[in-house]
Design a protein around this ligand. Structure first.
Ligand code: ZN
Length: 246
């Protein structure tokens, strides 16, 4: 194989690995943001549940106060009932007493309802708190994993850059310039395998004469359609010398 072609294939493999690592590094802020958003959502669930429980307790206190008011009136009417002079007065007081008792009963029913929903609300608070705690642990673990991956990918990128300089140093300047130009135009993928007469990246069929030349791997040939530099992998060679396409 042409020595420059071999170096170009190695260069592409390094560039593709670098791009993959850099893509992962670039996705970190978004991943951290979504972790924070999940935590924030869980915190909000706890706060909402607690607020509802607080409101329930406040409403119950308000009902207790109303009951006390009606009970005060009730005692007053009962006291007055002992001193009535006429039948009419007696009936009027009885009427007031019955009214106050009905009011108290109605408020007590409401209070009972609130107490029952308070049980549900307490359970909701506990559940939300448990979910928050789970999310916090998960987020902590994921942040650690992201930090570890960050360090690993950073050092990989450094290592790949060093390897790249080594490969570039051995390349003919005009060949390197061609590679860089195509790479820039084609999202970092400057090399394309030719197989069965077709450029495997742009899928355009090449002229037989071009394909026959590419088969020999002795010249730097570009695809007529996408301008990528073509190479051929003989059938007996395993795929691990292939160039990652993206
Ligand atoms: Zn092509």
């Amino acid at each position: 194989m042409n020595a420059d072609l071999e170096r170009l294939i190695a260069l592409q493999a390094l560039d593709s690995k670098t791009m993959a690592a850099e893509k992962l590094l670039a996705s970190e802020p978004e991943r951290l943001k979504s972790l924070d958003a999940r935590l924030e959502h869980a915190r909000l669930q706890v706060a909402t549940a607690k607020e509802q429980l607080t409101q329930n307790q406040a409403a119950r206190r308000e009902l207790e106060k109303n009951i006390a008011v009606h009970q005060g009136r009730l005692s007053k009417f009962r006291e007055q009932g002992m001193n009535v002079k006429t039948n009419q007065e007696y009936h009027a007081i009885q009427h007031e007493i019955a009214f106050a008792q009905t009011e108290i009963k109605t408020i007590e029913d409401k209070e009972l309802e609130l107490m029952m929903s308070a049980d549900d609300l307490s359970a909701t608070v506990k559940k939300a708190e448990a979910e928050l705690s789970t999310e916090q642990k998960k987020a902590e673990a994921e942040k650690k994993a992201i930090a570890a991956e960050h360090a690993e990918k950073k050092s990989l990128v450094d290592q790949l850059k060093q390897e790249r300089s080594g490969v570039v140093a051995g390349l003919a300047a005009n060949v390197l310039a061609m590679f860089e130009q195509v790479s820039k135009k084609r999202n970092g993928v400057a090399m394309a395998e030719a197989r069965d007469g077709i450029c495997t990246i742009c899928h355009v069929r090449m002229r037989p004469q071009v394909f026959n030349t590419v088969l020999k791997n002795e010249q730097i040939m570009q695809c007529d359609s996408c301008q990528r530099i073509l190479f051929h992998i003989p059938k007996t060679v395993t795929a691990d010398t292939n160039t990652p396409a993206s």
